[in-house]
Design a protein around this ligand. Structure first.
Ligand SMILES: [Fe+2]
Length: 425
């Protein structure tokens, strides 16, 4: 079974409280958000250079929106190279193909337009165009030696947060696993986030990306705090829950209280699409320094086994991991109840915490996320192997608020396999 390689990082001791208001954000230099704001892309790119490489996929490359962006760039005198063959899951061979095709060209700025793979490809392209060599030499954390070519990210889905994050995930066919290149140097100079791109997003992709963003907000908001020593923060990529990521989690969760169900009911409602995309952006800000936790640790081997889309897998797992984490995160889940507008001041903190979890269940049901692992194609006999792979994802499990063991993961997986939500511990 293939899985995601875990990035080695010095361990930080986990804490339940944020100390001294500690906060850490890494973010694009400029964030432009709003319906129709893709009209800003050409001007943004021109301000960064005179020759641009656009990284996208074949679906986007033939769209009217993409043609408009290319025309606007050319009208400003910016020379345009296009790589439009980006594949899902971004295989390493795809990166090597891009490097070969643009060899000898002079590129000033790289623009990623599309879903997570397109944005991740653009991040990697900035590294390869700046430093060259073998892409495998950048696998891991802090392996990118310094600043790279300017990067502009333009997401066309509302979920991965890849427009904000400083990690690119690649599938390496030789290693038979996904692997991350994580570096603060991968942050975008500018991100242009236009929710109009998502108006044509099909229901399945909307559900997968929406559930992914929701899981990011919840995993970041309920993560362990790690409180690195002053003076050491630049040596860590992920530092757990902190005061600045909490701000983004609160804003994102408040939007998620209605956004995803409104998108499902009215896919062409630009206000709903805008709220969902803004929530996904907030989630990107949060996970970029908190990291994710048990939901993502468990999804990696399930995705490898069943080829379930990432967002569908995390959406299926989320109700069970929330229940497992509840005993150690009652105040946070009770806060979530307020943000999701289901808190009752007459109820106890624990009752409100449970109400938040039940509300998330409802949102996932509205998205038609499968309710159990069997529906994803998992066999009950796979569960021990899934748990043994997931427990090795220490970068992720270290963020989880409640300690995880192989046995506790098997327990979560058994509940998720049968769809049993009749428990709260
Ligand atoms: Fe995710």
């Amino acid at each position: 079974m293939s899985t995601t390689i875990e990035l080695q990082e010095r361990a930080l001791p986990p804490h339940n409280k944020i100390e001294g208001g500690f906060g850490l954000l890494r973010q694009p230099g400029i964030v432009i958000f709003g319906a129709g704001q893709r009209a800003s892309i050409a001007g943004v790119v021109e301000s960064l250079g005179q020759s641009a490489l656009l990284c996208t996929d074949q679906r986007m490359a033939v769209s009217a929106e993409f043609a408009d962006i290319v025309s606007a760039l050319k009208a400003r005198g910016v020379s345009v190279s296009i790589y439009a063959d980006i594949e899902a899951e971004l295989p390493r061979t795809n990166v090597e193909d891009l490097v070969q095709r643009i060899a000898g060209e002079s590129i000033d700025v790289v623009v990623g337009i599309g879903g997570g793979s397109c944005l991740d490809m653009a991040k990697i392209a900035t590294v390869m165009l700046t430093y060259g060599g073998d892409v495998a030499s950048y696998y891991g954390e802090f392996k990118v030696p310094g600043p790279t070519l300017p990067l502009v990210t333009v997401p066309t889905t509302a979920g991965t947060g890849a427009e904000i994050t400083c990690i690119a995930v690649i599938y390496d066919p030789d290693l038979e696993m996904k692997i991350g290149v994580a570096s603060p140097h991968l942050g975008a100079s500018v991100t242009v986030i236009d929710p109009e791109f998502t108006l044509t997003c099909p229901p399945g992709l909307t559900a997968a990306t929406g559930a992914d963003a929701l899981s990011h907000l919840i995993e970041a908001f309920t993560a362990k705090a790690k409180n690195p020593e002053p003076g050491t923060v630049e040596t860590f990529v992920y530092v757990g829950k902190n005061s600045l990521t909490d701000m983004h989690c609160r804003a994102g969760l408040e939007l998620m209280g209605t956004a995803l169900e409104r998108v499902v009911a009215s896919p062409s409602d630009i206000d709903a699409r805008s709220d969902a995309m803004l929530a996904a952006m907030h989630a990107g800000f949060a996970i970029n320094t908190t990291g994710t936790a048990a939901v993502h640790a468990l999804q990696a081997p399930i995705g490898a086994l069943t080829h379930t889309p990432h967002g569908i897998g995390v959406g299926t797992l989320l109700p069970y991991v929330m229940r497992y984490n509840l005993p150690t995160r009652v105040p946070e889940f009770a806060s979530m109840a307020e943000l999701l507008d289901v808190a009752d001041p007459g109820h106890s903190e624990l009752e409100n915490a449970r109400a938040a979890i039940t509300r998330v269940d409802e949102i996932l049901t509205a998205l038609r996320i499968p309710a159990d692992l069997e529906a994803l194609g998992v066999d009950s006999g796979d569960i021990p192997s899934i748990a043994s792979h997931a427990i090795k994802a220490t970068r992720l499990t270290a963020n989880n608020p409640r300690e995880l063991t192989e046995e506790s993961m098997i327990r979560i997986l058994n509940k998720a396999f049968t769809g049993d939500r009749s428990w709260w511990s």
